[in-house]
Design a protein around this ligand. Structure first.
Ligand SMILES: CC(=O)N[C@@H]([C@@H](O)[C@H](O)[C@H](O)CO)[C@@H](O)CC(=O)C(=O)O
Length: 341
């Protein structure tokens, strides 16, 4: 990469929160290729993206009726304008393909005209299921798709993983495609940098990474070598500020469901160079999460906290996750209220 390009990119880093996107200079041939293969939505994904919980009834069925009020809550109370649905927080590995389609359709329908972007996670252990979900996401008007690495039969090399991602992306080539890395869940610790190397040649619709790992050097390398149209979105909410300093363009996370208004202030503070304020908010988030983690924090506990803060009826998590014990949820809610009065 030329030095001037590197410098321009470095200077452009973190100017993305306002939603601006930069266009790439291309040759005539590249223009032709782009016009035939580029995704129809070329709006760069930036800012806060809430990874949504999946509403279930008390009997454990998906509860589509909560999705409309949920979207309104995120917009009105949390200032969150983009969502990432059917991900980890949404318990996608515990949902059937039919349930995932019904949920994705409802999220897209309710968010249409109200939110900036809806990214549908379509990753699955079966390539065919993943392709089916990707095609469906395109039909229902999703703004992008993301794919996690299959984690039962794990790809052994970056090449194998890239091929899997390519096969899914090609089922919905008109949609921006994001690689979803989350090593704590998948057990796949391959550096993201290795996975995305040369990926735009295989996947013309590739638009970035949802980076949910702890390795900030790998994150920095991804930022450094990313293309202008890519979004590097961080997914470990409790250390978001470090990722912003490293050049992340935005964040996808579960806690933005109930902390979005505060984290938006963190982003604004960072943007105007007020590190004291940004750090103070990050420390508040850490205070809450470290308290919850000591008591035991998983998607079930997180979902309960969201229910109590928002008043939305999200129901229990699905087995094998267990509902949050009452005593624990009371303590966490109390802590939440003391930190964020
Ligand atoms: C392991 C995990 O669930 N990570 C969360 C974080 O938002 C996480 O809940 C938060 O940082 C608290 O640890 C997200 O990265 C997951 C996510 O975005 C998703 O639901 O797909």
């Amino acid at each position: 990469m030329k030095k001037s390009v590197e410098l321009a990119k470095f200077q452009g880093i973190n100017k993305d929160f306002g939603g601006a996107f930069r266009t790439q200079r291309t040759s005539g041939l590249e223009e032709v290729i782009k016009s035939t293969m580029a995704p129809t939505n070329d709006r760069k994904l930036t800012g806060l993206v809430a990874a949504t919980f999946t509403p279930l009834t008390t009997k454990g069925e998906i509860n589509l009726s909560v999705i409309g009020p949920y979207v309104e809550y995120l917009i009105e109370k949390q200032g969150v304008k983009s969502i990432f649905v059917n991900g980890t927080t949404g318990e996608s590995p515990s949902l059937s393909v039919a349930e995932r389609k019904a949920l994705a359709e409802e999220w897209c329908g309710k968010a249409r005209g109200r939110m900036d972007q809806v990214v549908v996670h379509v990753g699955a252990m079966s390539l065919r299921d993943s392709q089916d979900l990707a095609r469906h996401a395109a039909q229902i008007g999703a703004d992008g798709i993301a794919v996690i690495a299959p984690f039962f039969f794990k790809p052994k090399t970056a090449d194998a993983l890239r091929k899997f991602l390519q096969e899914v992306a090609s089922a919905a080539s008109a949609l921006p495609f994001y690689y979803y890395q989350i090593p704590a869940i998948t057990g796949i610790n391959m550096p993201v940098m290795e996975v995305v190397e040369g990926i735009e040649q295989l996947i013309p619709s590739f638009r970035g990474v949802k980076f949910s790992g702890m390795d900030l050097m790998d994150l920095g390398q991804c930022v450094m070598h990313s293309q202008p149209q890519w979004s590097i979105l961080y997914g470990v909410d409790e250390q978001l500020l470090a990722a912003l300093a490293m050049g992340a363009n935005g964040a996808v996370g579960s806690t933005f469901n109930y902390l979005g208004s505060h984290v938006n202030k963190l982003l604004s503070a960072f943007e105007r160079g007020d590190l004291i304020q940004a750090r103070a908010i990050q420390f508040q988030m850490q205070e809450l999460l470290s308290f919850a983690m000591k008591l035991g924090f998983d998607v079930g506990v997180n979902k309960q906290l969201m229910m109590e803060v928002s008043g939305l009826h999200l129901g229990p998590p699905r087995l094998p996750l267990m509902p949050c014990p009452l005593e624990r949820s009371e303590k966490i809610l109390q802590k939440y209220r003391s930190i964020f009065p």
